[in-house]
Write a protein that binds this ligand. Structure first.
Ligand code: AHR
Length: 659
């Protein structure tokens, strides 16, 4: 009686203040005592593709662009420093057939009358340098006959001020790697590396590298710590890599071949990045793939984050939006062998060829690969024919690996339906669906999976993002409205976790000065990394994921947009946590009464809220314009009286005692 009295008093206060009318109060029932379908630990993951300078210039911490002169135009990123540094000649087109994977190198001549010569590398839209941090410089060099040369490596600001310096000598007539450390005396967003040679003669140089000492987990050839931290904070259930269209290539010669991305960094054969010229309005002629971040590093990243690795392999087809090349069915063997070898690389004994390479690279333990994708956004008969062959080979040799097939680039239509129909006759474990659609589509599709076959093939919602309004700032397409509509849609994914076993927003990363595609989940510049509102929505779902679905209804019906409200709920009985997500897509307050199933709840729950104006977005300058706000929520017996503010996404986190 007493508790009921408090509830009535609170509502009466709201009513008498004219804030709500009785019919506005939404009565929601949460059947937390009757958990339903299981939620896979892989439910919420990340999709990584090297687009928008996500790898080189992004998460891969190398600061030197075109470090081994393998770009099509070998001087890309490099230029002679100003005359004060002396004069000389840079000849970057030396080609050594004995090193087919990294044949080019540069010969630098010093003019005998000047005695010094300097040149700079501009980095990836500059180099982000942090005060007091250590930077590791290395260069592979060979001295020509009758030469005597010393080298100075410097970090310089955009105005030419030196903020770090180190000297190297002892070059010989054999190729050898030389190293030096540089400590930065200032922070600079767009620094450059300047190398000055002093002495006489000429020096051959290659693999000129500059890494921050402080990488993710302190690894050499490592990853940019702040970006990985943002991804890790999502607690992703899986990491899909390496894409995306990059798997397919604009043509087959340009496809992603995992074997060329493992082994010593200097032996990974660089290729042009397919996003280099793909988007007419966002051309990036200096976009290549050094593969410094290769399959070994992707596996390691997934392992570090406790996520399942999900590699996607080319299935003998290049991008159907581009050259659309296909490998004849009778010549698919090398592609299938790549899949077998990848499984061996990840899971094989160290005594095997590829398991041995994994071990040599520093990881004798297995990566425990469980999932493999066959093809990215392929469609029509050409895909099904090839997928069939892959499936037969992989299922017979590796029945333990779950196969991910694709349904093409669209969320509906002829190719999508044909793909599903044909795949149903086969045995993929998951079908990848992609939807880059307007925000309203996401609202309308909150019920998309309610009627999927509960016993059919599971869905991997592998690439999705609401594409709405955009402005001039790079980050401007990640509006609050797009994020809110995705949240509404994700309540549908969560409610249908028996059908949808994996989901990932796409793309994951973008450099504010070098992007090709937007919106993206996380934006960065050379020093900072920010989460978009879409990121915080993803975080709500992946951090508060639960292990089983709980029905959440009003008037006996799922909340799928009635009066603009969407909801889903999950429970983790072992951890004693109940999560309720409520999205209010309207511009008015919505008072709620949540009635929970009988469990021994703590008296105070937590409510996390994201809200903002429709067109608002986070930017590097204002990274937390839209950011979760935490407030307490009183649990009175089995009731919570709360509200969903206008245009808000809310998660209630309710603790209960486990027995
Ligand atoms: O995420 C960007 C691109 O969108 C992916 O590369 C591709 O799979 C899709 O078309």
């Amino acid at each position: 009686m007493k508790r009921r009295g408090v509830v009535v008093l609170f509502l009466t206060m709201l009513l008498s203040n004219g804030i709500v009318t009785a019919q506005d109060i939404l009565e929601i029932s949460v059947q937390s005592d009757k958990p339903g379908a299981e939620i896979q630990p892989t439910m919420w993951g990340v999709f990584f593709e090297d687009i928008n300078f996500a790898a080189d210039g992004g998460i891969y911490a190398e600061l030197v662009k075109n470090r081994s002169f393998e770009f099509e135009l070998p001087m890309t990123g490099w230029r002679a420093a100003s005359k004060q540094n002396g004069i000389g000649r840079m000849v970057p087109n030396f080609y050594s057939p004995s090193r087919p994977l990294n044949p080019h190198f540069m010969r630098v001549y010093i003019d005998p009358s000047a005695g010094t010569f300097g040149f700079t590398n501009e980095g990836f839209r500059g180099m982000g340098i942090r005060k007091d941090e250590q930077y590791n410089f290395s260069v592979s060099a060979r001295l020509s006959e009758n030469s005597d040369i010393k080298m100075t490596a410097e970090l310089i600001t955009s105005s030419g001020q030196v903020i770090g310096k180190s000297e190297l000598s002892g070059f010989s007539g054999d190729w050898k790697s030389h190293k030096a450390g540089l400590r930065a005396s200032a922070t600079e967003q767009k620094a450059q590396l300047r190398i000055t040679l002093a002495g006489r003669g000429s020096l051959d140089i290659d693999m000129i590298s500059l890494f921050p000492e402080d990488t993710w987990k302190g690894r050499q050839n490592g990853l940019r710590k702040d970006i990985v931290q943002m991804i890790d904070d999502l607690k992703p259930g899986f990491v899909r890599f390496p894409g995306g269209c990059i798997v397919e290539g604009r043509n087959l010669g340009n496809r992603y071949q995992w074997k060329t991305t493992v082994g010593p960094a200097e032996e990974r054969k660089m290729i042009i990045n397919r996003w280099n010229v793909e988007i007419a309005s966002r051309q990036a002629p200096d976009y290549f793939q050094s593969f410094g971040l290769g399959f070994f590093e992707y596996f390691l990243l997934a392992e570090d984050m406790g996520a399942e690795p999900l590699p996607i392999l080319n299935c003998g087809m290049s991008c159907q939006f581009n050259a659309a090349e296909v490998v004849p069915l009778e010549e698919l063997d090398p592609y299938i062998q790549d899949a077998f070898d990848l499984i061996e690389f990840a899971n094989g004994e160290v005594t095997t060829k590829w398991g041995g390479l994994r071990s040599q690279m520093g990881h004798p333990g297995k990566f425990n690969l469980k999932f493999l994708g066959v093809g990215n956004e392929q469609w029509d008969e050409q895909y099904i024919e090839r997928y069939k062959i892959f499936e037969k080979a992989l299922k017979s040799k590796h029945p333990e690996i779950k196969l991910v097939s694709g349904s093409g680039p669209s969320s509906a239509g002829r190719y999508f339906e044909y793909g599903w129909e044909e795949l149903k006759k086969l045995s993929p474990d998951l079908i990848d669906e992609h939807y880059y659609m307007p925000p309203d589509w996401f609202l309308k599709n909150a019920t998309r999976y309610d009627n999927y076959d509960r016993k059919g093939i599971r869905v991997f919602a592998g690439e999705y993002a609401a594409h709405g309004k955009e402005g001039t700032e790079s980050e401007s397409r990640n509006t609050w409205w797009s994020a809110l509509c995705e949240a509404a849609f994700m309540t549908g994914l969560e409610r249908n976790a028996d059908v949808v076993n994996m989901a990932s927003y796409a793309p994951l990363l973008a450099h504010v000065d070098a992007w090709q595609w937007r919106p993206d989940l996380i934006w960065f510049d050379n020093l900072k990394t920010i989460g978009t509102p879409n990121y915080y929505v993803q975080k709500f779902f992946s951090n508060y994921n639960g292990t089983k679905v709980v029905a959440v209804t009003s008037g006996g019906k799922n909340l799928t947009g009635q009066d603009g409200i969407y909801a889903s709920s999950t429970i983790d009985r072992k951890a004693g946590k109940l999560y309720i997500k409520i999205v209010n897509s309207t511009d008015h307050h919505r008072p709620l009464t949540l009635t929970l199933g009988p469990l021994p709840y703590a008296k105070t729950a937590i409510k996390e809220t994201l809200k903002s104006g429709k067109d608002d977005f986070n930017s590097i300058a204002d990274p937390k314009a839209i950011y979760p706000v935490t407030t307490p929520a009183k649990v009175t017996g089995r009731k919570i009286i709360a509200e969903a503010e206008p245009l808000s996404v809310n998660v209630f986190i309710i603790d209960f005692k486990t027995r």
